[in-house]
Design a protein around this ligand. Sequence first.
Ligand SMILES: Cc1ncc(COP(=O)(O)O)c(C=O)c1O
Length: 375
Amino acid sequence: MPIYFDHNATTHLDARVLEAMMPYLSGPAANPSSLHRYGRLARDAIEAARVQVAQLVGAQPRDVIWTSGGTEANNYAIKGVMQAARGRVLYGATEHPAVMEAAESLRAGGCEVEAIPVDRRGIIEADALAAQLARAPTRLVSIMRANNETGVIQDLPALAAIVHAAGAWLHVDAVQAAGKLAVDMDQLGADLLTVSSHKIYGPKGIAALVVRSDVELEALQHGGAQERGRRGGTENVAAIAGFGRAAELAIEELDPRTQHYAQLIEQLDAGLRQIPEIVMFGDGVARLPNTRQFALSGYDGEALLMELDRKGIAVSSGSACASGSGEPSHVLLAMGFDPVTAKGAIRVSVGVVNTTDEVARFLHVLAEIAGTLRS
Ligand SMILES: Cc1ncc(COP(=O)(O)O)c(C=O)c1O
């Protein structure tokens, strides 16, 4: 049986989620904006899911805006706020490209755009952020809750206080955190927050941008009055219903899931420590319970990935989006690693289906590859 260790790239669809989607995939045609009974049933499904997704992130249901994915939600957060009022926007240097590139695209329109540096561990330091904010008035700061490659968790309540003291709004990309950590907008201090379905055993192509009512946001997609005019277009009812159910399960099963991940990662860490060539990224700081990124010194990450693939083990060589580009991970470069070490990176991200036998097999294969290297 192949071993899938790439859950930060995407997860399988939970059978219970598929069950929740089926009535809207195979039932009568219904546009949720239609006034007849079928339309009302579809509308009800969307509103029930809105409550479930709001609960996952400790928000008000009316603040949830459906989007086509985490990528659209991040673009909407950054461009929507910055188009409502031009100014300065800061983003963490290890953000997902959906944040980085969205922010960088605003330069052409006259916005001031700056990356916030991270230290060797991938952490944004509070004092450095405060000093950067003090240099000029800032409209928006975007900082992810947890990094998709390294799993490194930012100290968001503390950073949020600094952002707010400077009079800026905070957008939090919680795509990787949801389902693996408790996420609460109030506790994090987030004014806008992104969460995506396919990372929590829901369908692909559906996510949400959650926006507090006092945030001024320009709609990017104009059309009908859906989402209270904040995103026009007929909703993908089945996907939304699935996302809602996936969110509900992520809340109910957070403890058993994270305990399972932690057990597997403890076994992985212990095994990796036995391989002298391993360089661990984000070592010594709080990380997602399911994620480890490391390099096997002297080995190219993509070559290693392909070697593991031949042996039936699926991992990633950094972020899925960067894979295949041949470029070293911008996350590791931002952390100060040299391009050769960064190009050695592979990421293991475990999920609910993985077992201790699979971790043992992975460690065995990796040790074999390291042994071949040595010889
Ligand atoms: C941290 C983070 N943000 C945003 C995204 C993009 O989400 P989506 O795949 O739903 O567009 C990802 C996906 O890998 C991610 O890991």
